[in-house]
Design a protein around this ligand. Structure first.
Ligand code: GLU
Length: 422
């Protein structure tokens, strides 16, 4: 017996090949899609590695360097030995600065204990949804949407209820559409203003109208993703739901981060404020997950939030100028149509009139993904197809790039459109 079992031990295949053959993935993960944005970014990296020149309008991240005083704060933190864990929810000094930010910029009276620091905005969303969703719960996501919202809902085993919000409603959710989408199973609504991918911005009145509907449905929580708050153009004023309707405060999670406002995408710091029970639940989850955000990044984020704020206005002006440039140029490309977005750093251009044409390289453009692929393959300009964001046929152009590269990219797109054959 002993020998037999030894023999069977020896015959056992090593763990690697067995795991490759057996479907061991969690079923929610197995059904989730990888980020379409990162897929394009990977293709850009591969093309560059093979020596090809690419202008990437794919990833949404500011091209500026992180402000110097913020970097210095990170370096000083390392030098001072701030290289150990912080509290799970974040350093108290940073949480106080976050509470101060919500007070100063959003007129939300926030206790620092009602804030949470996470490793990027994505972790805020993941924590919030994973802490609250059960199977069969529904999350309302206005479409087009940032690609990761439905996938995070999927990872939590819940169901996304998409509400189409096309160009005719300015890509925004209306009160009527929200009302029609809510069911007894609705647990969350995700709002994102300024929006990725469209740049749409909700006015105070539009938020008030949504709030009226939400007040009638006390089971619905709201995630207000305000990450592009400071990138808002044409003298528009930014409003967030909890500010506009204080009666919703007890069920709104207001989230933000330093990534877009201070060009700190790689530092991975997101934060939020919401009802204490939700913050506590998210902290509990985070305590078994990452233990908290990087200490060094937290020191840098503290410097960003409490130091000089002129960087924000400077970059806002630059992005507004680039928006004007890109929208003007895109509208000169035959077959593309693009409204001027009011915020963020994305242009969402309709490519409907390109569908059904053939490129000089012989690619038939059957949909917006084919358009984005052919643009990359034949002109070296990387964009992300709109259908990845839940609305086609569009392409998303992230104009977080210097003017010279933007002009070159737009000229290449125009040339591409001019040379299509019907
Ligand atoms: N949020 C950015 C974008 O939409 C960065 C990529 C990501 O995290 O999805 O491009």
């Amino acid at each position: 017996m002993l020998n037999d079992s030894k023999a069977s031990e020896e015959n056992r295949e090593p763990a690697g090949p067995i795991y490759e053959k057996v479907p061991v993935l969690n079923r929610f993960l197995a059904a989730a899609k990888p980020s379409a944005i990162y897929r394009v970014m990977d293709r850009v990296a591969a093309r560059r590695a093979s020596g090809a020149a690419v202008i990437s309008l794919s990833a949404g991240e500011p091209d500026f360097d992180t402000p110097r005083h913020v970097c210095e704060a990170g370096i000083a933190a390392i030098r001072a030995g701030h290289t150990r864990y912080t509290q799970i929810a974040g350093m108290r000094a940073l949480r106080e600065a976050i509470a101060g930010k919500f007070q100063r910029e959003n007129r939300l009276d926030v206790d620092w204990r009602d804030t949470l620091v996470c490793s990027g905005g994505k972790q805020v969303i993941f924590n919030a949804l994973a802490a609250t969703l059960n199977e069969d719960d529904e999350v309302i996501v206005p479409a087009p949407y940032w690609v990761s919202y439905p996938e995070i809902v999927q990872l939590c085993g819940a169901k996304t209820v998409y509400v189409p919000c096309g160009a005719q409603s300015g890509f925004k959710l209306t009160a009527e559409a929200l009302d029609a989408a809510i069911t007894p199973r609705t647990r969350w609504l995700i709002l994102n203003s300024p929006s990725n991918p469209t740049g749409a911005v909700y006015s105070r009145v539009e938020l008030q109208q949504l709030a009226q509907v939400l007040l009638a449905h006390p089971q619905v929580l709201v995630l207000s993703d305000d990450i592009y708050e400071h990138l808002i153009f044409d003298q528009l004023e930014f409003f967030t739901l909890a500010q506009v309707e204080p009666r919703l405060r007890e069920r709104v999670l207001t989230m933000n981060g330093v990534s877009k406002a201070y060009a700190m995408t790689g530092w991975r710091i997101g934060f939020c404020t919401g009802p204490r029970w939700l913050i506590d639940a998210m902290e509990k989850l985070q305590g078994q997950q990452t233990s908290g955000a990087s200490t060094i990044s937290q020191h840098a984020a503290l410097a960003a939030l409490s130091g000089p704020q002129d960087f924000i206005e400077h970059s806002r002006k630059v992005f507004q100028r680039r928006r004007d440039l890109v929208v003007d140029q895109l509208n000169q490309a035959p077959g593309l149509r693009c409204e001027a977005p009011q915020g963020a750093f994305y242009a969402f251009a309709s490519c409907e009139d390109l569908i059904g044409t053939t490129t000089r390289g012989g690619s038939f453009l059957k949909d917006d993904e084919a358009v984005a692929n052919a643009l990359l393959d034949e002109t070296g300009v990387a964009t992300v197809h709109g259908s990845a964001f839940g609305l086609g046929p569009y392409i998303r152009i992230a104009y977080a790039l210097d003017d010279v590269s933007l002009r070159r990219a737009c000229a290449a797109i125009q040339h591409f459109c001019h040379t299509l054959a019907r």
